[in-house]
Design a protein around this ligand. Structure first.
Ligand code: SAH
Length: 241
């Protein structure tokens, strides 16, 4: 598997602590921390898709995080009172949204661009991605980070993502990275009738369950998964201000 090669490039096992960084150039200790993150937080909890693991071992999470330890097993603060999810939760949601035909060229909609990290993961997987964010300031800094990291094909939109982005529909996958009281109807309408999958935390403002909906024709199959805590989805089909 590719991601294993990435690990051995450093000649270190996943459980060896990273060495102190040297100089200002490419930081090998960050590479090592990222590979450890993949093993200790994602593989160890049962996610095994090689493509997914390779994406998490590749995307430089440290470039999307301003405060805290970028490769720690925790959510971290973003400006405007928002948060970037714990790496495992990003992995779990991405895994649950994987289109049957794979990520390459899949039409994907993300609601809640935030730092741009989840968007970078989806772009690394080869998705044709549109990501909507209600805070213009967050969208602008995500645009900069995505371009700096080489993911310049992502379409970023500022607006209320609870209305979706009809001009890009139908979507093979929709990932909502903020919590709503229910799945917004426009997002279900914009989901591909040919097996499109939507993943979103649904519940109250303080506690939610990760919910997966798959659409076949007009039939929606819903499954509830892990308990999670996300910042609120605020908009016409979400929570109020
Ligand atoms: N996916 C992000 C984390 C997002 S945190 C990352 O990888 O960093 C949730 C984001 O959803 C916040 O940035 C918040 O501003 C945004 N958000 C909340 N309600 C929204 C809405 N109706 N439309 C678009 N974005 C929304």
């Amino acid at each position: 598997m590719n991601w294993l090669r990435l690990r051995s490039r450093n000649g270190r096992g996943a459980t060896t602590p990273p060495p102190a960084s040297i100089g200002m150039g490419h930081d090998e200790s960050l590479d090592a921390a990222r590979v450890r993150m993949v093993h200790e937080q994602i593989v160890s909890r049962g996610l095994r898709d090689p493509e997914l693991l390779r994406a998490f071992a590749t995307v430089p999470r440290h470039r999307f995080v301003e405060v805290g330890s970028p490769y720690a097993d925790e959510a971290l603060p973003l400006p405007a009172g928002q948060t970037i999810s714990q790496p495992f939760i990003v992995a779990l949601m991405t895994d649950a949204a994987r289109p049957a035909r794979g990520w390459q060229g899949a039409r994907v909609l993300e609601i809640g661009t935030g730092s741009g990290y989840q968007a970078a993961i989806l772009a690394e997987l080869g998705a044709d991605l549109t990501s909507v964010e209600r805070h213009a300031q967050l969208s602008e800094s995500a645009a900069r980070r995505l371009a700096d990291a080489g993911y310049d094909g992502v379409r970023l939109v500022v607006g209320d993502g609870t209305r979706g982005w009809p001009s890009g529909a139908p979507y093979d996958a929709v990932i909502v990275t903020a919590a709503g009281p229910s799945v917004p109807k426009p997002l279900l309408d914009q989901l591909s009738p040919d097996g499109g999958k939507l993943v979103m935390p649904v519940g109250t403002r303080v506690h939610q369950e990760l919910t997966v909906v798959q659409r076949r024709g007009e039939k929606l199959t819903r499954s509830r998964r892990d308990p999670v805590v996300f910042v609120p989805l605020i908009g016409e089909h979400g929570f109020g201000e």
